[in-house]
Design a protein around this ligand. Structure first.
Ligand SMILES: Nc1ncnc2c1ncn2[C@@H]1O[C@H](COP(=O)(O)OP(=O)(O)OP(=O)(O)O)[C@@H](O)[C@H]1O
Length: 482
């Protein structure tokens, strides 16, 4: 499909996409790198939807474009929630099954089975969408896009949420696919630019900055330039945190799980998990997609139903001894994809940050002047002051994620749970947050419990690891502490 952009200006709630001149030739795949600005969803809207607020021209050859993005995942969740039948069932509705969600895109059993197998989803085909882990749902979104047999595939950060093994197999899969399908791949990590891509478009703050071939990209100075910029912003975050610092003291252990086990009717997720977190320790939790990392962190946060059937001590108290979930949550800041999906209320960017003081989704109390001031300071550091009154849901996915990170940090919690915090962030946003987390950990302003599938996201201050590995009896996973 040939696409030609000329003098294009398109407006989203948060920024303007500007493309003076860009021609994508038929059969030509491009890599797109945006240093600052989550351009993926606006580009997707421009290419896939007819109505869009823009000036200039887009000439598009005939054919069908399918997109894979975190926003697409969010849309599917909205659709599934709208169809939720829990009120009419004697069990919680986990949503349409993986099989159905792929089949409904192609109405062809053979294609559905092939995609299930190629994307390592066969074992999950009967599982409801809402029970999927984040990596599992990412693979489902790709399968659904491919099921529509597109002429052009728009992949916005396709590796987000995938573990090392699935990233590797996806890279190989995309290499194979690139021989038959034209692709536009938007990445926010320079290491994720596929080797086979010949052409790269570099965007900065929503503007197409330059077009180049892969060889020029490999030695481009942009990466060094922006690293320095994000370091400075990281220092500003630290100054803000130090200024409003307050701490709570607890006796050891801060958290302890003894012989932890989580199982559903169809399978055991993990068993025999014993984990003790003492004061001052930062931890990274590692393991493949679906091993139970988010489940375990959800047990600390107190919102997983099976935390009551386990032996858990948290902040010096035995779980189930009369404490409320709010007493626990007030000492925890949480960032996760599950929380991002749940944060569906329509409140302003400023209120999202303030809601961190109350651990609520949305804001239902009158904030103090001090809380409002701190939230405004956060917006300024994130270069988002102009969006203070903008509805959270109208912002780009990456901007939403930055607000949720600020929401978790704003009360300077004792425990900071970061379950793949960088998902959806652009290059600069990720460097900024990583620098800030490194400083927070180093100065022990909060204790970090951190999940990331990327080696280059490792934080120097984390020396404790909890690794999920397959259990010997073949029933789910167990953990190893190192
Ligand atoms: N209600 C449920 N019924 C059945 N299985 C479930 C249910 N809820 C979650 N699961 C499964 O539990 C497993 C663990 O999920 P979890 O989100 O903890 O994985 P994870 O290690 O965080 O994965 P990822 O790296 O992909 O985020 C997944 O295979 C998921 O499909």
């Amino acid at each position: 499909m040939k696409i030609k952009f000329t003098q294009l200006q398109a407006q989203s709630t948060s920024f303007t996409l500007t493309i003076d001149n860009w021609t994508i030739e038929e059969q030509q795949s491009w890599g797109v790198f945006s240093t600052e600005g989550d351009i993926g969803s606006l580009l997707g809207d421009l290419l896939c939807e007819e109505s869009c607020c823009c000036s200039g021209h887009i000439l598009k050859g005939p054919g069908h474009i399918a997109q894979v993005s975190l926003a697409e995942q969010q849309r599917l969740l909205e659709q599934e929630i709208a169809n939720d039948d829990s009120d009419f069932l004697d069990h919680i509705d986990m949503g349409s099954t993986v099989y159905t969600l792929i089949y409904q895109q192609c109405h062809n059993a053979e294609i559905t089975s092939r995609l299930l197998s190629e994307l390592d989803l066969s074992h999950l085909q009967d599982r409801g969408f809402r029970a999927l882990s984040s990596g599992e749902s990412r693979r489902l979104i790709l399968a659904r896009a491919l099921a529509t047999q597109p002429d052009l595939l728009l992949l916005d950060k396709p590796y987000a949420g995938l573990d090392v093994a699935h990233r590797k197999s996806l890279a190989q899969y995309l290499t194979r696919l690139s021989r038959s399908i034209q692709m536009l791949i938007i990445v926010s990590r320079e290491t994720e630019m596929p080797e086979w891509i010949e052409k790269i478009a570099l965007f900065s703050r929503g503007k197409l900055d330059s077009l180049m071939d892969k060889a020029t990209w490999d030695v481009h100075p942009v990466v060094t330039q922006i690293k320095a910029q994000s370091k400075e912003q990281g220092e500003q975050i630290m100054a803000l945190i130090r200024q409003h610092r307050h701490t709570s003291e607890f006796s050891d252990p801060l958290f302890a799980l003894t012989n932890g086990r989580v199982a559903y009717t169809d399978k055991v997720i993990f068993s025999d998990v014993t984990w003790r977190i003492n004061q001052g320790e930062h931890w990274q939790v590692r393991g493949p997609n679906g091993c139970g990392k988010s489940t375990l962190l959800g047990m600390i946060f107190g919102d997983h139903p099976q935390c009551y059937s386990n032996d858990i001590q948290i902040f010096g108290k035995q779980r189930g001894s009369g404490e409320t979930i709010w007493e626990i949550k007030q000492h925890i800041g949480m960032v996760s994809s599950a929380l991002h999906l749940q944060y569906r209320v329509d409140c302003s960017a400023l209120k999202v940050i303030i809601s961190g003081f109350y651990d609520s989704i949305g804001l239902y109390q009158k904030p103090t002047k001090r809380q409002q001031n701190i939230a405004h300071e956060w917006l300024a550091i994130l270069h988002m002051s102009q969006f203070a009154d903008t509805s959270f849901r109208k912002l780009e996915y990456g901007q939403q994620r930055l607000l949720l990170i600020a929401r978790a940090l704003v009360k300077q919690p004792t425990l900071l749970i970061l379950d793949e915090p960088y998902q959806g962030l652009d290059y600069l946003g990720r460097r900024l947050i990583k620098n800030a987390l490194e400083l927070i950990a180093r100065e022990h302003l909060s204790q970090l419990l951190y999940v990331s599938h990327y080696q280059d996201d490792s934080l120097e201050s984390i020396h404790n690891y909890l690794d999920f590995v397959p259990a010997e009896d073949g029933l789910g996973y167990k953990t190893i502490v190192s």
